[in-house]
Write a protein that binds this ligand. Structure first.
Ligand SMILES: C[S@@+](CC[C@H](N)C(=O)[O-])C[C@H]1O[C@@H](n2cnc3c(N)ncnc32)[C@H](O)[C@@H]1O
Length: 372
């Protein structure tokens, strides 16, 4: 059980694909030299983040903010004040555990700030918590504990200075002070349709940014998108401080991508576009730190008459000659295409696979190859 260690945080991950969300966070953290560690909990939607050691030189909040703002599959991050994981899922056990929460866990809080407590249930918590009345009881309980310790604090439900979050899941309860919201909603608003040039094959910016994060490329290093289309990956990459280069075989789409990049103030100086062919990339070995791409499926985007399997196999051979060891290739293909083992052997890589439902006739397979 945690008792108010201020270097410990928890994040609520998006429910649509918690395994992908975990790997996104893990990948982002791996790009930082500083010592942040990520730990999984009994609930796949909650992860624990710990600063490995207290340091005067590293601003804990600044680092965390960087991680959370980069991630697309996190809702928010809280400073952990109290956390329990149940052993036998009984109501008696649950109530006894809640009583363990003591006011001394709150010693570092601002006594004058207004506050509210928000409780959220995820994944069918134990019986008694299923209805909204008992959720309210829990909210009141934590509110009262805060007021007992800081009687001068005022509740403000609409515009509080502090938000305390209680998350109750089937496996445990987490209570903490909300510190960062992810930028998920801001990224979502930058829909591909709002750019000067739109093509039906454009990927939504949230998924596009997730793919960029999975490549684990550090700020200032180079990302390559060899099937860059309208430039979605390049836009997200440069918003994250990466340099990027995109290759596109269709002259009209290259022009459209150029207009998109030009219209986005934050991206123009960091991105490069090349009218070229992903089968013949011609970069020198090691010039690129990672590859993120969404090749054509032969429906909305043309394969230029190539069989998709052949195109991809040629592409994997090409990539092998430029990507250095320990770098990553992140690629999204239709789930019906089964060539990950072949690709892994060409690339001499291990891989992780995630499925993402898009609509009735398309489930995407996201493959992350890590080169040995
Ligand atoms: C699925 S789209 C990419 C979508 C992109 N992620 C976006 O958000 O706009 C694939 C792109 O690959 C291009 N393409 C097809 N064959 C190619 C090749 N051999 N080399 C480079 N680009 C190619 C297509 O013209 C298409 O624009």
């Amino acid at each position: 059980m945690n008792s108010g260690i201020f270097s410990e945080y928890f994040c609520l991950l998006s429910g649509e694909n918690p395994e992908l969300a975990q790997y996104e966070l893990e990948s982002i953290i791996s790009t930082l030299d500083e010592s942040i560690s990520l730990e999984y909990t009994s609930d796949s939607r909650i992860v624990k983040i710990t600063m490995k050691e207290k340091s005067d030189t590293v601003d804990e909040h600044f680092l965390l903010q960087k991680v959370i703002h980069r991630a697309t599959m996190v809702h928010y991050c809280c400073k952990t004040l109290f956390q329990i994981e149940y052993k036998n899922n009984s109501i008696n056990e649950f109530e006894a555990l809640i009583q363990q929460f003591e006011t001394n866990n709150l010693s570092d809080l601002d006594s004058s700030a207004t506050f509210c407590v928000r409780t959220r249930r995820i994944r069918n918590p134990i019986g008694i918590l299923m209805d909204s009345q008992t959720t309210q009881k829990l909210t009141n309980h934590f509110g009262k504990v805060i007021l007992k310790r800081f009687p001068e604090k005022k509740v403000n439900l609409k515009h509080p200075t502090e938000i305390y979050r209680v998350i109750v899941s089937k496996f445990g309860l987490w209570f903490g002070l909300h510190i960062f919201e992810s930028q998920r909603n801001i990224v979502r608003k930058r829909t591909a349709r709002n750019r000067p040039f739109f093509h039906p094959s454009s990927m939504n910016p949230i998924l596009q940014r997730t793919l960029v994060n999975l490549a684990a490329i550090k700020e200032g290093q180079w990302l390559l998108d060899p099937f860059c289309g309208t430039g979605g990956a390049l836009i997200e990459a440069s918003r994250l401080g990466l340099k990027s280069v995109g290759i596109e075989v269709d002259r009209r789409i290259v022009w459209g991508a150029f207009r998109n990049l030009k219209s986005d103030d934050m991206t123009h100086s960091l991105t490069n576009l090349v009218f070229g062919d992903a089968k013949h990339l011609g970069f020198c070995f090691g010039a690129i730190s990672g590859v993120v791409t969404d090749p054509p499926y032969g429906t909305a985007a043309s394969t230029q008459g190539y069989d998709l399997n052949d195109l991809l196999l040629q592409f994997f051979h090409e990539i092998k000659s430029i990507l250095p060891p320990r770098s990553r290739l992140v690629i999204s293909i239709p789930s019906t295409i089964d060539l990950e083992d072949k690709a892994a052997s060409i690339l001499n890589a291990s891989y992780r696979k995630f499925l993402q439902y898009v609509h009735r006739s398309l489930t995407r397979k996201i493959l992350v190859f890590s080169l040995r």
